[in-house]
Design a protein around this ligand. Sequence first.
Ligand SMILES: Cc1cc2nc3c(=O)[nH]c(=O)nc-3n(C[C@H](O)[C@H](O)[C@H](O)COP(=O)(O)O)c2cc1C
Length: 200
Amino acid sequence: MANVKLAVIYYSSTGTNYQMAKWAEEAGKEAGADVRVVKAPELAPEAAIASNPAWKEHYEATKDVPEATSDDIEWADAIIFSMPTRFGNVPSQMKQYIDSQGGLWATGKTVNKAVSVMVSASNAHGGQEATALSFYTTMMHWGAIIVAPGYTDESIAPAGGNPYGTSVTQGQDGKMVENVEPAVKHQVKRTVEVAAKLNS
Ligand SMILES: Cc1cc2nc3c(=O)[nH]c(=O)nc-3n(C[C@H](O)[C@H](O)[C@H](O)COP(=O)(O)O)c2cc1C
């Protein structure tokens, strides 16, 4: 998969999507892609972050991860987005980042990117699929090529069987409930492979 440029763009308050982004980075490199991991900028006030120890800890621990810019989208052939659900929808931090890309969209620079989304929620039926589908609506406006995992690999069913994109439940203890690492890695490999075909 030489020459495929993969941007992993995530938002995470308490680390779940950061971990998924790191697995995505690993899989992208294994597939031979050039990989960037960047985070959607935080919008919450410091006081809100400080009120949740897990959020505060993760916020401090990932201060050095570069913030996503328009250049990451323009640069990439393939993009993996990863985000937690917020009331069954895309979190404002990711939405704000996406909504800042009107200039790229207007100049055709979002077209034909191979994109795929990963999601997390506290409940298995708390909006994982709805969040992925909502995000994909925007990707259609972008003219992106959506690379849904479907049921293309045996890793998908044990991960919860979400054909729209790997999604995971964050348990009460803050840890992931399903074993999604293999599904994340398959999703990334597949997205990189599609991007390589689009490049050829
Ligand atoms: C404001 C807010 C709204 C949320 N809405 C939902 C929801 O609708 N359904 C759900 O299952 N979890 C919901 N959650 C839980 C988050 O999705 C969960 O904490 C997140 O997936 C963990 O990912 P992270 O560790 O990457 O931040 C919500 C959390 C917050 C803070």
